[in-house]
Design a protein around this ligand. Structure first.
Ligand SMILES: [Fe+2]
Ligand SMILES: [Fe+2]
Length: 202
């Protein structure tokens, strides 16, 4: 079991966010951090690991698509077709790798939560679900179903993530945009149609 992060590591992660983000996105990150901590406490997860993941999650969100692609390639991170077409999708995986290299984060659960926060993934841990949801429901988020997802997140992480993913699929369909295959697989997993280790056969 992974131990809670040290105070020094949490301070380093906060500094990483402060030095890499605009005031507006730092505000978002700090609200996600608060929300993640609260959800972790409510669901029996470690609030400090949730806090660490939240402080890291958007650290590379403002470095630009070209830089994200270059870093992902230099660090041998998986880059699929959706990521080539929309390199900003790489900001989670690149932030996780940056935190591993620069802050010495070794907690694989924290790194995985950071990697998965944008499009979700089948088999997500509670920590991953917490960050994914906190990112969608932090207090400044405002969209039609946010209150419903906020309520669900208080009592059932999986039900809340299911609702958030359904909403995201519907939103993409309305705009004629494809949904990331990992989001579809995550939704199938949450709905009970897919085991986390088996790729979809259809
Ligand atoms: Fe993000
Ligand atoms: Fe975010």
């Amino acid at each position: 079991m992974d131990l809670p992060p040290s105070k020094t590591l949490l301070a380093d992660a906060r500094r990483l966010a402060e030095t890499n983000l605009s005031k507006a996105r730092l505000g978002h990150t700090l609200r996600v951090a608060q929300t993640s901590e609260r959800l972790a406490k409510a669901h029996g997860a470690d609030p400090e690991r949730a806090l660490l993941a939240a402080l890291i999650h958007d650290a590379t969100r403002e470095i630009g698509g070209t830089n994200l692609l270059h870093l992902a390639e230099a660090w041998d991170l998986p880059v699929g077709r959706p990521e080539r077409e929309s390199p900003k999708l790489l900001h989670g995986p690149v932030a996780a790798e940056l935190a591993r290299r620069e802050l010495g984060v070794t907690d694989e659960g924290v790194l995985q939560a950071v990697r998965e926060h944008t499009v979700a993934a089948p088999g997500m841990s509670d920590l991953s679900l917490i960050l994914y949801l906190a990112d969608k429901i932090e207090p400044a988020r405002d969209y039609p179903s946010v209150e419903r997802i906020r309520h669900l997140a208080e009592r059932d992480l999986r039900a809340a993530a299911t609702e958030a993913l359904r909403r995201s699929v519907a939103y993409n369909e309305k705009r004629g945009k494809p949904t990331h295959p990992d989001s579809l697989r995550a939704l199938a997993w949450l709905e009970g149609d897919e085991s986390p280790d088996e790729p979809r056969s259809d």
